[in-house]
Ligand binder design. Structure first.
Ligand code: SAM
Length: 242
């Protein structure tokens, strides 16, 4: 069922999210928080259709990037998007519930954007991300609050639109609503299903703090993002692996 959900989601994911300014802002914040430098190596855990990897590859830095995801449909889209930059990025189809096929301490930074909630064993996944991260390396984790709502995300999008197009925001928004209409018929029910299904993990601030600190991370920053519906966490690996 899980694979099926992501498969369907892959068809509409970019049609909506690439138009949504809170999503674009979130991707930018991840890049700023990781601040990748020349010669470094980064992991995008649950890279989806490659929306984080693409702008990072287009930055001037010479980086090694690895994207992993267990949905073949998502990865196919990422592959297509990253085709002209394929020598700079490796994509792997794998399940974050299982051991990662990487040595310990190989990545300078890791990001995990809106994936942790979907993982059956979030603590195990955090431990694996910790293992593959360099000592002192950063992880940027984004994951929904315990009661996430869709409307505030749309409201934030609308505010940005009003700021960017003070005169024309109405027609622009109307045009986007028409564009969103068909994909939203799939996107919205999937989000409602995820939100109401007990097998997905939504964390309170206390829970997410505990999950990270009890597994060796030091939290640098914790705040809200994406219409204030997601935790935005910057954490650092502090303990030396045995
Ligand atoms: C909401 S999308 C986020 C994609 C991307 N990080 C982004 O921000 O656009 C969630 C992604 O997590 C992936 N995913 C879900 N469970 C997973 C698992 N157990 N192992 C690896 N990837 C998983 C899905 O295939 C999907 O691409």
């Amino acid at each position: 069922m899980d694979q099926f959900i992501w498969h369907i989601y892959a068809y509409v994911y970019d049609l909506i999210l690439l138009e949504l300014s809170p999503y674009q802002q979130m991707i930018r914040r991840v890049y700023e928080a990781l601040d990748p430098r020349n010669g470094e190596c980064y992991l995008d855990a649950g890279c989806g259709t490659g929306n984080y990897l693409l702008p990072v590859l287009d930055s001037e830095n010479d980086l090694t990037l690895v994207g992993v995801d267990y949905s073949n449909a998502m990865l196919k889209r990422a592959q297509k998007k990253l085709r002209s930059r394929e020598e700079k990025v490796d994509l792997y189809e794998l399940d974050l519930n299982k051991n990662l096929p990487f040595d310990k301490e190989v990545f300078n930074g890791v990001n995990c954007i809106n994936v942790l909630y979907a993982i059956k064993t979030p603590e195990f996944a955090i431990q694996e991300l910790y293992r593959v991260l360099n000592n002192g390396g950063r992880m940027v984790l984004i994951t929904p609050l315990d009661e996430p709502e869709m409307l505030p995300i749309l409201k934030e999008h609308l505010s940005t639109l009003k700021a960017n197009y003070p005169r024309l925001w109405g027609p622009v928004f109307f045009y986007q609503l028409i564009k969103f209409f068909i994909p939203a018929l799939i996107f919205v029910p999937i989000n409602i299903y995820i939100k109401s299904n007990k097998k997905y993990h939504f964390f309170s601030e206390e829970e997410i703090r505990l999950l990270l600190t009890s597994n060796g991370f030091r939290i640098h920053e914790i705040g809200l993002i994406y219409g204030q519906q997601n935790w935005f966490i910057v954490a650092e690996k502090t303990r030396v692996n045995a």
